[in-house]
Write a protein that binds this ligand. Structure first.
Ligand code: AHN
Ligand code: ZN
Length: 333
C-alpha cells in the first residue's frame, strides 16, 4: 500500500515535470526568435550616385572593343576604382570573336582590403553589344547598354564608394571585377544551335589567367541587367545548380530588407553568363543576379539587345534594391 502510494507520487512528479518541460520548450521560440536576429547594419546605398555612374558610362558611347568610347570608358573605370581606394589591376588581352575579329580587351580588377584572407568576388561586364539583333527596326547599330553592362558596373562602383566612405568596414575583403567582352557572342545562329562559348570571353580569360596566382574567394556574385524598371530577379537556374546556399542567403537578406517583390522566390531558368567560367574553370561558387522572365517568350529583360536598352529605361529603385542587398550581404560576413 505504502509502496503503491510512493510510486503514484513518483509517477505524478514525472508527469508534472514532463508537462512543465513541454510548456517551457513551447515558449522557447518566442524567447529566441532565431529568424529575427537582426541584420548587421550596412551603409545606405545611394541610388542617385549609382545612376550617375551608369549614365557616365553611357555618355562615352557604346563600349564596343577597338573603339575610342571603349578605351576611354575603361580608363574612367580604372580611375574611379583608384579614387575609391581600391588596389587596381588592368588585365589586358586579345579576344577572338566568333567571326574571327580580334578584340583588344581589358578585365579591370579593384580590390578592397587586399590583405584580408576571406574575400567576396563581385562582378559585372563593362563592354556593350555592338549590334541590336533583337531590335525590330535597327538591328545593325550598337546599343547603349545602359542596363546590359552599365547597371551592374554602376552598382559596383557605388558599393566601392560607400565602403570607402563608411566608418565601419565589412569584415571581408572585396574584389570587384569588371569583365570585358562578355556581350559579343553568336548572332547568326541565335535561335538554333547556341554557341554558348562565344559569350563571356573576359570571364573565360580571367578564369584561366587569374590576376593573382592561387586566387580564390569565399563566393562570388555577378550582376547582369540590374537596373530595369519594375525588374524581378527569380533564382537563376545555373546559380541554383552551382551555389543554392548562396542564392538562398542573398534572397533571404533581400527579403529582410523589404525587397521580396524584386528578389522573388521563384525559379527563373538558367543561362550561360560570366558566372559559368568562374564556377566551371576558376572553381569559385558564383551566383547571377539577372532579370529573367521564364514565363515570357522573351525570357530576358524586355529591351535586351534592343535600342530600348538606354538610360531612360533605368530605374533607381531597382539599382537601390540590388545595391543595398549586395552591400548588406558583405556586412553580414
Ligand atoms: C546567352 O545568350 C547564352 N547569354 C547571354 C548572357 C548575356 C548577354 N547577358 C547579357 N547579355
Ligand atoms: Zn547582352
Amino acid at each position: 500500500m505504502k509502496i503503491q502510494r510512493i510510486s503514484l507520487i513518483l509517477l505524478l512528479i514525472f508527469v508534472l515535470s514532463g508537462v512543465v518541460y513541454y510548456f517551457k520548450s513551447c515558449q522557447k521560440p518566442a524567447q529566441m526568435p532565431t529568424e529575427e536576429i537582426s541584420l548587421i547594419p550596412s551603409p545606405d546605398f545611394k541610388a542617385d550616385s549609382a545612376f550617375a555612374y551608369v549614365k557616365a558610362q553611357v555618355d562615352f558611347g557604346p563600349r564596343v572593343p577597338n573603339t575610342k568610347a571603349h578605351r576611354e570608358c575603361g580608363d574612367y573605370l580604372i580611375s574611379k576604382l583608384k579614387q575609391f581606394g581600391c588596389e587596381v589591376i588592368s588585365q589586358d588581352f586579345v579576344a577572338t570573336k566568333y567571326d574571327g575579329t580580334k578584340m583588344n580587351a581589358r578585365n579591370i580588377i579593384g580590390s578592397i582590403n587586399p590583405k584580408a584572407e576571406k574575400r567576396i568576388l563581385l562582378t559585372a561586364h563593362w563592354d556593350s553589344r555592338s549590334i541590336a539583333d533583337k531590335d525590330s527596326v535597327d538591328k545593325k547599330s550598337p546599343i547603349d547598354g545602359a542596363n546590359d553592362g552599365g547597371s551592374g558596373v554602376g552598382v559596383l562602383l557605388e558599393i566601392a564608394r560607400s565602403i570607402q566612405q563608411a566608418k565601419q568596414k565589412p569584415n571581408v575583403g572585396v574584389d570587384i571585377i569588371f569583365f570585358d567582352v562578355e556581350d559579343h557572342g553568336e548572332p547568326e545562329d541565335y535561335e538554333g544551335n547556341h554557341k554558348v562559348e562565344s559569350w563571356g570571353l573576359g570571364s573565360q580569360y580571367w578564369a584561366a589567367h587569374k590576376h593573382k596566382e592561387n586566387y580564390t574567394a569565399y563566393y562570388g556574385i555577378l550582376l547582369d541587367m540590374v537596373g530595369g524598371k519594375g525588374a524581378i530577379f527569380p533564382h537563376e537556374g545555373e546559380s541554383m545548380r552551382y551555389a543554392p546556399m548562396i542564392v538562398r542567403n542573398v534572397w533571404d537578406i533581400a527579403s529582410r530588407l523589404g525587397y521580396s517583390t524584386v528578389f522573388v522566390d521563384a525559379e527563373g531558368g538558367g543561362l550561360t553568363d560570366d558566372h559559368t567560367a568562374v564556377n566551371d574553370v576558376a572553381k569559385i561558387q558564383m551566383i547571377d543576379i539577372v532579370e529573367l522572365h521564364p514565363n515570357s517568350p522573351k525570357f530576358f529583360w524586355q529591351y535586351h539587345h534592343t535600342h530600348g536598352d538606354n538610360i531612360t529605361n533605368i530605374d533607381k529603385n531597382t539599382l537601390k534594391a540590388v545595391g543595398q542587398t549586395v552591400l548588406s550581404v558583405l556586412y553580414q560576413e
